[in-house]
Write a protein that binds this ligand. Structure first.
Ligand code: GLU
Length: 371
């Protein structure tokens, strides 16, 4: 099966505009609506593919500088470009956004979360795959993991090379994302990220390389599984049903939480600016174990005294930030992020504040509960 797939894969041309329609996939007239494929069999899992943009849907004009366009290709075209994908699942597609993920925002997050919850609540699909740019993919995955109420598989997938590149990685990543989503073993594992044959958890994974196709890693725990065209293998048991689910606030916006990046010769100006900008929370991307200079710590203490949620995270990229080691978190009113990197600590802090959880003790408990 693996060889057959690879022969097909190598023979295929992944210039999406020229892609032919595989048997069983119907074209949607309007991609804003969800289009559905003809059923392979009544027992084949139903997987909804929701597109948001990113390099996986990108096209590059090699003749011109700065002519790279993330998110140029629609959901339906993406699916059509993957040979054999229609055998894995009964696929439907929907377009939620067409953006580079550096422009990902609360509005798209809310639309995505609401649409996925609706798909599951109405029993429209057994699993969801989201195509996404890799720059902020980990934040979207973590956000969804904290707000979706389901044990059905949700898989985010991206690519490092645009669809027009030599050896584009998008089609094989999308194939494997659908393969994971359709696997019975994928249930009850929260939101997952699939790229380059690896399956990572939303909480643990992060983008580690600007260009390499093996960019997603989970520095503290490793991947939760591997996937190839012939198999899906999980290395860890499925999670217990979790309690760390937060309601989406009404409106389209999460509370303002700023990340302050620590460095040598640091003063408190960035922190005072965050206070002046009416941040409800400040996440320190600290040096080492979430550390920073005396004057920055004093500024953070001023913020905490005003009721701003202050979370110490680390810019290091792996390891845990522990309480009360070099900094007295108890007397300062600080929270530590444990394993969460600054960008994910920010998302959790936003969700907690939006759900009325703001005291340092409550926030710390919530950070620990999600580990
Ligand atoms: N910056 C774009 C994005 O995150 C392209 C990078 C990518 O998808 O890998 O959507």
């Amino acid at each position: 099966m693996r060889n057959a797939f690879h022969a097909k894969y190598l023979a295929a041309t992944f210039v999406l505009a020229a892609a032919t329609l595989p048997a069983g996939i119907a074209l949607a007239a309007d991609e804003a609506a969800t289009a559905t494929t003809a059923p392979t069999s009544a027992t084949t899992p139903r997987v909804a593919v929701l597109a948001t943009g990113g390099t996986i849907a990108g096209q590059a004009d090699t003749r011109a500088a700065n002519a790279y366009n993330a998110g140029a290709v629609g959901a339906q075209q993406l699916v059509q470009a993957v040979p054999g994908i229609e055998k894995l699942a009964r696929l439907s597609t929907g377009q939620v956004a067409s953006i580079g993920s550096q422009d990902m925002n609360d509005k798209v997050w809310f639309a995505l979360a609401r649409r996925i919850q609706e798909i599951f609540d109405r029993n429209e699909a057994d699993a969801v795959v989201i195509t996404h740019g890799t720059d902020t993919l980990e934040e979207t995955a973590f956000f969804l993991d904290n707000v979706l109420r389901t044990d059905k598989p949700v898989v985010l997938v991206g690519s490092m090379r645009p669809s027009t590149a030599t050896s584009a990685d998008g089609p094989s990543n999308l194939y494997e994302a659908v393969e994971v989503a359709a696997s019975p073993a994928a249930r009850g594992r929260g939101v997952m990220v699939v790229l380059n044959d690896t399956i990572q958890s939303a909480r643990a994974t992060t983008k580690t390389n600007t260009t390499n196709v093996q960019t997603f890693a989970s520095p503290n725990s490793g991947p939760i599984g591997y996937v190839d065209p012939a198999s899906v293998r999980f290395l860890t048991p499925a999670l217990q049903p979790d309690s760390h689910k937060y309601a989406l606030p009404s409106g389209e916006q999460l509370p303002r939480v700023e990340i302050v990046y620590a460095h040598a010769n640091m003063d408190g100006v960035q922190i005072d600016n965050a206070i002046a900008n009416k941040a409800r929370g400040i996440v320190l991307a600290g040096v080492g174990d979430g550390n920073t200079s005396k004057s920055a710590l004093e500024a953070l203490q001023r913020a905490a005294k005003q009721g701003i949620v202050v979370v110490r995270a680390s810019r290091v990229g792996s390891g845990f930030v522990n309480r009360n080691v070099e900094v007295n978190d108890d007397t300062s009113g600080f929270v530590v992020s444990l394993d969460l990197n600054p960008q994910k600590a920010r998302v959790l802090t936003q969700l907690l504040i939006a759900n009325g959880v703001t005291s340092p003790a409550q926030v710390q408990k919530a950070f620990a509960a999600t580990w």
